[in-house]
Design a protein around this ligand. Structure first.
Ligand SMILES: C[S@@+](CC[C@H](N)C(=O)[O-])C[C@H]1O[C@@H](n2cnc3c(N)ncnc32)[C@H](O)[C@@H]1O
Length: 239
């Protein structure tokens, strides 16, 4: 990601922590940003994600550990950069996780929050939001923390409210093209369908079942594209 490379080009970074790393999409961004020259630790509470991540990044300078953002098992001031990508809206306790990230970052280090954003979406991006919000709704019914997405201003407010000083921020697209390929759109329909199936036998099934034909129609008309993400580079405010 060019903006990230530009920001860090004259900074000294050796140790990086990626919280909520999942299968490692943002680890790839970080590794490219620092040209494979820094040590990266990815943590996530989901063992199934870490298994994928470990298979994907076999390099010695990248390692993984199973843990939640709310309880980071690292000493104070251990990392030059601590990131959280597309996981802010998954956290059970957002304030505690951000406090932990502030605790483990070195004085003078940076915190990166990258987060999918709402607001000013194209119709194709609205389709991604529709599927994502349906998934978050079903997760919440199952008791899994998963909020709906926030606007750019809401994300910036969360960052500021948690005593982080914003140094830079920009919106970017994961995929530049709108996808109209039928196999891809069919897969998105199937994802919505299987989420709906999870609601069979619950009152929410009847309340939401009309979303599926509407989603299919919208996919055919507008295609599918990931909503823009907001990347914020911040520093803990002096205590
Ligand atoms: C949408 S994925 C993002 C993965 C990756 N960071 C990326 O940018 O593609 C959200 C991740 O947050 C993780 N997660 C959920 N609750 C978490 C928590 N309390 N602390 C840290 N990560 C959490 C999930 O396991 C999942 O891997």
């Amino acid at each position: 990601m060019k903006q990230l490379q530009h920001f860090f080009k004259d900074k000294t970074v050796q140790q990086v922590l990626d919280v909520g790393c999942g299968s490692g999409d943002f680890i790839k961004v970080l590794n490219d940003t620092f040209n494979g020259q820094v040590s990266i630790t990815g943590v996530d509470p989901g063992e199934q994600w870490l298994k994928e991540a470990r298979a994907r990044f076999a390099q010695e300078h990248i390692c993984f550990s199973c843990m939640s953002g709310e309880t980071l098992a690292f000493e104070d001031a251990s990392f030059d950069v601590v990131s959280l990508s597309n996981a802010l809206h998954h956290l059970a306790d957002l304030e505690q996780a951000l406090n932990e990230m502030k605790r483990v970052v070195k004085p003078g280090g940076w915190i990166i929050i990258n987060e999918v954003s709402d607001g000013d979406l194209t119709e194709a991006q609205e389709n991604q939001k529709m599927l994502h919000h349906f998934k978050s709704f079903v997760d919440r019914l199952h008791g899994i923390p998963h909020r709906s997405t926030w606007t750019v201003d809401e994300i910036l407010d969360i960052v500021r409210q948690n005593k982080l000083e914003i140094v830079d921020s920009f919106r970017h697209l994961k995929t530049k093209q709108v996808n109209f390929e039928s196999y891809f759109l069919d897969e998105k329909s199937r994802q919505m369908e299987s989420l709906l199936e999870e609601l069979q036998g619950r009152p929410e099934y009847d309340q939401t079942k009309d979303q599926l034909p509407l989603f299919k129609e919208r996919l055919e008309q507008h295609g599918f594209q990931s909503a823009p993400q907001l990347l914020v580079i911040a520093r803990p405010k002096a205590r």
